[in-house]
Ligand binder design. Structure first.
Ligand SMILES: Nc1ncnc2c1ncn2[C@@H]1O[C@H](COP(=O)(O)OP(=O)(O)OP(=O)(O)O)[C@@H](O)[C@H]1O
Ligand SMILES: [Mg+2]
Length: 241
């Protein structure tokens, strides 16, 4: 994977849903290929809003968004990159809209021009990867909350995106399924940003966490205690880290 290719650049982004309360204020953010970033911040701090601005689902009141080095100025600019950036919505009901699970998971690949056979192959492989092989013919709207979240993730992964934006991927999932997701993410050679309130999950899956406050993004000040092994070139010479 080539590092240092800029995937997302947001400059001077401000946004408000209504005039009296700006949610994002002159926010700057850069995201590079190979980055695995966690966002941990209080409810209502603008995390979901940030993802929706990145995908062009919301328009900033001021500022600019660049994706894969290209300024996003029109709806078509965003349409051109959406299959390369997979957004997992916080609410699975925003993601799923087909009658059955297989149709929902195959929708993305079909829409990207894959043949029906290819789309079904990719979808089955993706469902299998997430331990959902038995779900193909399940009725989407009858799934439980956690099942919907997992199937939503399958609809995102089946598009084989280069980048993942995951908005609270663990919501509603049991311990075993959380471990499956954690392992799947650490195994995938893919760049991603994960919004989560679960610090242990972010520690396991990301290399850096940021937080949001007063409409801006800051490096997370929290100290992550971790154990690591490293080789010493100093031999027995006393030294400090
Ligand atoms: N469609 C909307 N119309 C008006 N206000 C909204 C809308 N969506 C979100 N907001 C407000 O914008 C603020 C930021 O919302 P957002 O969903 O981005 O927060 P969040 O950090 O994702 O929170 P959470 O951790 O609860 O998911 C909140 O105060 C919310 O009430
Ligand atoms: Mg949110």
């Amino acid at each position: 994977m080539v590092k240092n290719q800029k995937i997302i650049k947001m400059s001077g982004i401000s946004f408000s849903y209504s005039e009296e309360s700006p949610i994002l204020k002159d926010l700057d953010f850069e995201f590079f290929k190979g980055d695995k970033i966690g966002i941990i911040a209080p409810n209502g701090s603008g995390k979901t809003t940030l993802f929706h601005l990145m995908m062009g689902l919301l328009k900033p009141t001021s500022g600019s968004v660049e994706i894969f080095g290209k300024p996003m100025e029109t709806e078509q600019d965003f349409a051109d990159i959406r299959h390369r950036v997979g957004l997992l919505f916080q609410d699975a009901d925003d993601q799923l809209f087909c009658p059955t699970v297989l149709e929902d998971v195959a929708f993305g690949p079909l829409n990207m021009g894959k043949s029906k056979k290819e789309a079904i192959e990719i979808s089955k492989r993706t469902l299998d990867f997430l331990g959902l092989s038995d779900f193909e013919n399940r009725i989407t709207f009858k799934l439980s909350g956690g099942e919907k979240k997992l199937v939503s993730l399958a609809t995102v992964l089946s598009m084989e995106p280069e980048v993942l934006l995951l908005d609270e991927p663990l919501t509603g999932l049991d311990t075993k399924t959380r471990s499956t997701i954690t392992r799947a993410l650490t195994e995938m050679n893919i760049s991603y940003i994960i919004i989560s309130h679960n610090i242990e999950f972010l520690e396991a899956t990301t290399s850096k966490t940021v937080t949001m406050r007063d409409g801006k993004i800051y490096a997370d000040q929290q100290v992550h205690v971790h154990i690591h092994d490293h080789a010493h070139v100093h031999g027995n010479v006393p030294h400090k880290h």
